[in-house]
Design a protein around this ligand. Structure first.
Ligand SMILES: Cc1ncc(COP(=O)(O)O)c(C=O)c1O
Length: 457
């Protein structure tokens, strides 16, 4: 059959509220033109993030009911540990309440003032955690990754040459570890090839630098490797995932993505000394090492979800939905990052709205226009999220101005995507009318979450 169907039936539904256009304009104004500050029920299709927004399976709901809420050494912990060990093969497994908690512990335990932490592209929380303890978070994305219109299979790869130059220039002792993010969320949800992971590992081995994987979307990345990289066509996603982790010394994970859970994360490593330091911080911040900030039921859900994310049919369907929207946008001529990512479509707001200069945040202009047009909530990945303020207080814009439409897992059906495509088309046709924005309030850290805007005249 040509049609790839959702590999599940729907047993429980949740109503979607439809506001009028006038109500949406009012709601956005009340939210200071920052969609993070909207009430979720005022969003008709909520594509703000794929993080923690997925639907659980019957197996996950069932697992929740048999959870063990003992403080220490619960049965649920054993299942969580077994699942994470089966996938990552790591010796030490520490549950955390979400990904950034794992990053925070890693940074606090291993990064000192003046250290450098390279990555293909740091996610915002990863960067913030490394910088908070005085580290310098550097991105070494491969050249293809910067060319938004280029259709290449592994645009999330790290630039291995640049990585080696950085090590030579700064000295290995300045680099406590190197990270790689799979898939590369900041870089358009683009995958990293196994070959690239191996090359990074071999450079790091040469200089004795540990390798840490930001594994939030490890299952989606494994699927891309199976589909696009020679030699992996016959492998299961679990085998591919295991190979990825076999090259790493440690990994951070947000189970809100490929854990198919609404909350949770983990930090894993092989080194006993690292684990000791991590455990001390874990107890201080998250909880006892057999629950780490999670309820027993969360541990159960994640144990099941991690394995469901590695089911091939699920990944085929997931990628088919993202590609479905991509094909529709191509027909309309809407500019977006090519090829579509694993969890999202990234609209190129700079190309979409060439009349709005980066200091007036075209990504926010597009996010807000999509909300007003059809109640679609998306997120800006541009100068608001990644812009930097230099020593003289000038804002340095991000190289790209993107608007991300991230797809919650197992939540929306094909007609929701048809509706979404119509909303984008309507915005595209009226794009000259969209205005820029300026910031009227911003907090010091991760400003995009809480800042306020007003439209520019
Ligand atoms: C690549 C990447 N790393 C880390 C995180 C942080 O995870 P969490 O939101 O669970 O703290 C995210 C979340 O979106 C992510 O996409």
């Amino acid at each position: 059959m040509r049609t790839i169907i959702e590999p599940f039936r729907i047993k429980m539904t949740e109503p979607i509220k439809m506001l009028s256009r006038a109500e949406r304009i009012e709601a956005l104004k009340k939210a200071r033109y920052n969609v993070f500050l909207l009430d979720a029920e005022d969003c008709c299709i909520d594509l703000l993030t794929d993080s923690g927004t997925g639907a659980m399976s019957t197996e996950q709901w069932a697992a929740m009911m048999i959870s063990d809420e003992s403080y220490a050494g619960s049965k649920s912990w054993k299942k969580f540990e077994a699942a994470v060990h089966e996938i990552t093969g790591m010796k030490h497994i520490l549950p955390t309440h979400q990904g950034r908690a794992a990053e925070g512990i890693l940074a606090q335990a291993r990064v000192k003032e003046g250290d450098i932490v390279p990555n293909n592209s740091h996610f915002d929380t990863t960067r913030a955690n490394m910088e908070y303890v005085g580290g310098k978070a550097l991105d070494f994305l491969c050249p293809e990754g910067y060319d938004l219109g280029l259709d290449a299979p592994f645009k999330g790869n790290m630039d291995v040459e640049k990585l080696e130059t950085c090590i030579k220039e700064n000295g290995a002792e300045k680099i406590p570890f190197c990270m790689i993010t799979i898939t590369n969320n900041t870089g358009g949800g683009q995958p990293v090839s196994m070959e690239n992971i191996r090359s990074v590992k071999s450079v790091l081995d040469k200089y004795g630098i540990p390798f840490v994987i930001d594994a939030c979307r490890f299952a989606e990345n494994s699927y891309f490797i199976r589909e696009r990289e020679t030699g992996y066509e016959e492998k299961s996603l679990l085998e591919i995932a295991r190979e990825i982790f076999s090259y790493a010394d440690a990994a951070t994970m947000s189970c809100k993505k490929d854990g198919l859970a609404n909350i949770g994360g983990f930090l894993v490593c092989n080194n006993d000394q690292w684990a000791e330091a991590f455990k001390n911080l874990l107890i201080l911040r998250e909880g006892f090492p057999t629950y780490g900030g999670l309820a027993g039921r969360d541990l159960e859900i994640i144990a099941v979800g991690l394995m469901e994310a590695l089911e091939y049919d699920y990944q085929v369907y997931r990628h088919a939905t993202v590609e479905y929207l991509g094909r529709k946008l191509s027909l309309m001529g809407v500019p977006f990052v090519q090829p579509v990512g694993g969890h999202a479509v990234f609209l190129d707001a700079k190309e979409f709205l060439p009349h709005i200069p980066p200091p007036q945040y075209p990504g926010i202009g597009l996010v807000n226009a999509l909300y007003i047009e059809g109640g679609v909530r998306s997120v800006e990945l541009g100068s608001v999220m990644f812009g930097r303020i230099d020593e003289e207080g000038n804002e340095i814009p991000s190289p790209h101005e993107l608007t991300r439409l991230a797809f919650p897992r197992r939540v929306y059906t094909q007609s929701h995507f048809d509706y979404l495509a119509e909303v984008i088309e309507a915005v595209w046709e009226e794009r000259e009318k969209i205005t820029g924005y300026r910031i009227t309030y911003q907090p010091e850290v991760l400003r995009h979450f809480m800042c306020h805007f007003e439209p520019t005249p």
